[in-house]
Design a protein around this ligand. Sequence first.
Ligand code: DX5
Ligand code: ZN
Length: 213
Amino acid sequence: MLVAPSILSADFGNLAKDVKAICNAGCDLVHVDVMDGHFVPNLTIGPVVVEAVANVATKPLDIHLMVEDNNFFVDLFAPLKPEYISFHIESERHANRLANKIKSLGIKPAIVLNPHTSISSLEYIIEDLDMVLLMSVNPGFGGQKFISAVAEKASRLKELILRKNPECLIEVDGGVSNKNIDILQSAGVDIVVAGSYVYKHPNGVKEAIESLK
Ligand code: DX5
Ligand code: ZN
């Protein structure tokens, strides 16, 4: 299982230190939550702060856009050369065009589905994606309760992936902890995002990441 800690739960007064800590503790990706205050009722960070994160991170960035104007934000973040940029299908009219634009910039495109969005929405785009991100909370905030229906959804997504694009990875984001990691692994999930579990773990980020792996 690959682990992508979300820096949303880091101490933003000591962001460089907290980014270095997860990289040194063996995380696989650094998950960056970008919120615009419109698509979700919260506002986070823009390119100045994400560039500072990229400068200290020794692991690739996994940028999760929770915004209305995906195109605008892709242009802002592409120069930072993240590994992935994921955008919500609920906010994108031209998902095929955007996925191919991200790919043409040398970045792996991923689509995110909110908890209520069916995997059938991916039927005609899965072949253009490197990853699908399934939300297991309603996007906008860290520290929310895991929505367990995501496990069955991941199993069904895995069937679609095996049929149409076996290279595509499945990532799950929201409320992930040592309590639900087994069920996610059984469902075929490849990468988990964990924010509060990693940064608020009583024994530190290293033990948290190792326990998920
Ligand atoms: C929620 C974000 C998540 C969040 C995860 O909108 O996409 O990445 O930070 O935090 P936890 O693991 O605390 O649910
Ligand atoms: Zn996220």
